[in-house]
Design a protein. Structure first.
Lengths: 347, 121
C-alpha cells in the first residue's frame, strides 16, 4: 500500500457539518489508524456531497448535509464498522470494549477501597495482604461477567433484534453545538487509564511496605540485606495511604468527559498536591525510613540512608515544581472553572 | 398444525446473510478496474447494487488487510483520494469465488426450476 501522507485533509468549510462529523467518528477510532481512515472517509463523503450539490443545482444547506450524514450513520456505528471482526462478540464489540475501558479503573478503585476497609474494620476476615490479593480476582470476575453478558446481548441483537440503530435518534445538527475542546498538554497524562492503574499499583506498594520492608529496595540488593521499617512508616502510613487514595479518586474523576478543561486541569493539580504532601510527610521529619540490621557496615548503611533521603527530597522538589507548573498552565486556560462546556482532551 | 410466521427481523437477517457474500464478489469484480470508495459505490449502484457507504468503506479496508486489494493515495481533481484495485492474490481468490458462484447459481437454478414444476403440479 502506498501511503505517503495520511494526515486527514478536511474539506473547505462549505460543508460545515462534515468536519465535526469526522471528528466525532475519530473519537472512536484507534489512534494508529485514525488519520488514515478519516482522510479516506472525508474524501469519499465530500465527493458524495459535491455530487449531491450538482444534482440539486445549489450548495447544500445544513439540513441537506445533515440528512446525508444521518444516512451515512451515527459516528459511533461508523467507527465500529472499522473494527476487526470477532467471533465471540461481533457488532457490540465496540460498546463492550468501551465499557471495559471505562469501568475497569472504577472496579479497581472500588475493589481496593472495599478490601482496605474490610481489612481495617474486620481484621479477622484476613490479613491486609490477603485482602488486597483478592483484587485481581474481583477484576477477573468483572471481566468474565461483562464478557458473558455482552456475548449474550450480542447473540440476542444479532439473532433477534437485528443491527442496533443509533442513527434513528441521532441529529447531526447537534455536532455544530459541540465546542472545540482545549487540549491539556502536559497537565493531564496522555493515557489516563494507564496512569490510574500505575497509581493503584503505587498505592498497593505503599500498603505493602510496612509488612514487607524489603520492598523499599528493588532488584538483587533486596536479598542481601535484613531490612526493618522504622516507626515513621507506621506513624505516617495512614495519612499517606489516605492521600494516595484521594489522588487516585481525583484522577478517576478527572477521566470523566463532562468536565471543563480547567476543572480537569485543577483535578490533576489537586492529585499532584496529594503526592507532594505525602512525600513531605515522609521526608520533612528527617527520620530514617528503615534500618539494616545485618549484612552491611554502618558507614554503608548511612550512605544508603542518605542516598534514599536525598532521592526523596529531589522527588519532593520536582513534584512541587511540577504541580506549580501545571497549576499555572491550568489557570491560563480560558473558560469556566466549573462549567460543563468545552470539555478537555487529555494529552 | 398452526403455522408460525417468521418475524420481519428473521427475513431481514437471512437477506443480509444472502447479500454479504455477493457483495464481496461484486466489489472484487468491480475492482478489476481501479476505483476510490465513492466512485466504486457509484459504479455498483449504476449496475443495480446499492450499498451503504458505511458498509462499503470498511469492507474495502478489510479486503485490503486480507491481501485481496492494494491501495494507493493519489491526487485527483486537486484532492487526495485512496484508490483500490485487485491484488495478485485478489485475482486468484476472485476467480475461485467466481467458479464457486457459477456452480452455486446453476445448481440453484436447477433446484428452483424443479421446485417450480412441483409447485405447479
Amino acid at each position: 500500500m502506498n501511503q505517503p501522507n495520511t494526515e486527514p485533509i478536511y474539506p473547505p468549510t462549505t460543508f460545515a457539518l462534515l468536519m465535526p462529523y469526522l471528528a466525532a467518528v475519530g473519537k472512536h477510532l484507534p489512534n494508529h489508524r485514525k488519520n488514515d481512515i478519516l482522510a479516506e472517509l472525508g474524501a469519499n463523503l465530500q465527493a458524495a456531497m459535491e455530487d449531491r450539490e450538482e444534482e440539486l443545482g445549489h450548495p447544500l444547506t445544513l439540513e441537506e448535509q445533515a440528512a446525508m450524514l444521518r444516512a451515512h450513520g451515527h459516528p459511533f456505528e461508523v467507527a465500529m464498522r472499522y473494527q476487526p471482526q470477532r467471533a465471540l462478540i461481533g457488532p457490540l464489540f465496540g460498546i463492550y470494549w468501551y465499557t471495559l475501558k471505562r469501568a475497569t479503573p472504577l472496579v479497581i478503585l472500588f475493589a481496593f477501597a472495599t478490601q482496605l476497609m474490610l481489612a481495617f474494620v474486620s481484621p479477622e476476615s484476613g490479613s491486609l495482604m490477603y485482602r488486597l490479593g483478592l483484587v485481581p480476582y474481583v477484576l477477573f470476575l468483572f471481566w468474565a461477567v461483562t464478557t458473558a453478558v455482552f456475548a449474550g446481548l450480542d447473540y440476542g441483537v444479532t439473532h433477534y433484534v437485528g443491527a442496533m440503530r443509533l442513527t434513528a435518534q441521532w441529529d447531526p445538527m447537534k455536532l455544530l453545538q459541540e465546542q472545540p475542546r482545549p487540549v491539556l498538554h502536559g497537565v493531564a497524562p496522555k493515557h489516563p487509564i494507564v496512569d490510574l492503574i500505575a497509581d493503584a499499583a503505587a498505592l498497593l506498594w505503599l500498603v505493602a511496605v510496612p509488612h514487607f520492608p524489603v520492598l523499599l529496595f528493588f532488584g538483587p540488593a533486596a536479598r542481601l540485606f535484613h531490612i526493618e521499617a522504622t516507626p515513621i512508616w507506621h506513624r505516617m502510613f495512614a495519612p499517606i495511604a489516605a492521600l494516595l487514595l484521594t489522588r487516585l479518586v481525583l484522577k478517576a474523576i478527572a477521566i470523566g468527559r463532562r468536565h471543563s478543561a480547567r476543572r480537569t486541569g485543577l483535578l490533576y493539580v489537586a492529585a499532584d498536591l496529594c503526592s507532594v504532601v505525602a512525600l513531605a510527610l515522609l521526608v520533612l521529619p528527617g527520620e530514617a525510613l528503615f534500618t539494616i540490621t545485618a549484612g552491611v557496615p554502618a558507614e554503608t548503611e548511612t550512605g544508603i540512608q542518605f542516598g534514599i533521603m536525598m532521592g526523596l527530597r529531589v522527588a519532593l522538589a520536582a513534584a512541587s515544581l511540577a504541580a506549580t507548573w501545571k497549576l499555572w498552565q491550568t489557570m491560563r486556560l480560558s473558560g469556566p472553572a466549573d462549567g460543563v462546556r468545552g470539555t478537555a482532551v487529555c494529552l | 398444525m398452526e403455522t408460525i410466521l417468521p418475524t420481519p427481523e428473521v427475513a431481514e437477517s437471512l437477506t443480509l446473510e444472502l447479500r454479504r457474500g455477493s457483495l464481496v464478489l461484486a466489489v472484487l469484480a468491480a475492482l478489476q478496474q481501479e476505483h476510490y470508495g465513492y466512485t466504486l459505490r457509484k459504479a455498483l449502484a449504476e449496475r443495480g447494487l446499492e450499498m451503504e457507504e458505511s458498509t462499503l468503506y470498511p469492507l474495502l479496508r478489510r479486503l485490503e488487510t486480507q491481501g485481496l486489494l492494494t491501495s494507493e493515495w493519489r491526487e485527483e481533481d486537486k484532492r487526495r483520494k485512496r484508490f483500490y484495485r485487485l491484488s495478485a492474490t485478489g485475482v486468484i481468490v476472485f476467480e475461485k469465488l467466481l467458479a464457486e458462484y457459477a456452480g452455486l447459481t446453476s445448481a440453484l437454478e436447477r433446484i428452483l426450476a424443479s421446485s417450480a414444476v412441483v409447485t405447479k403440479e
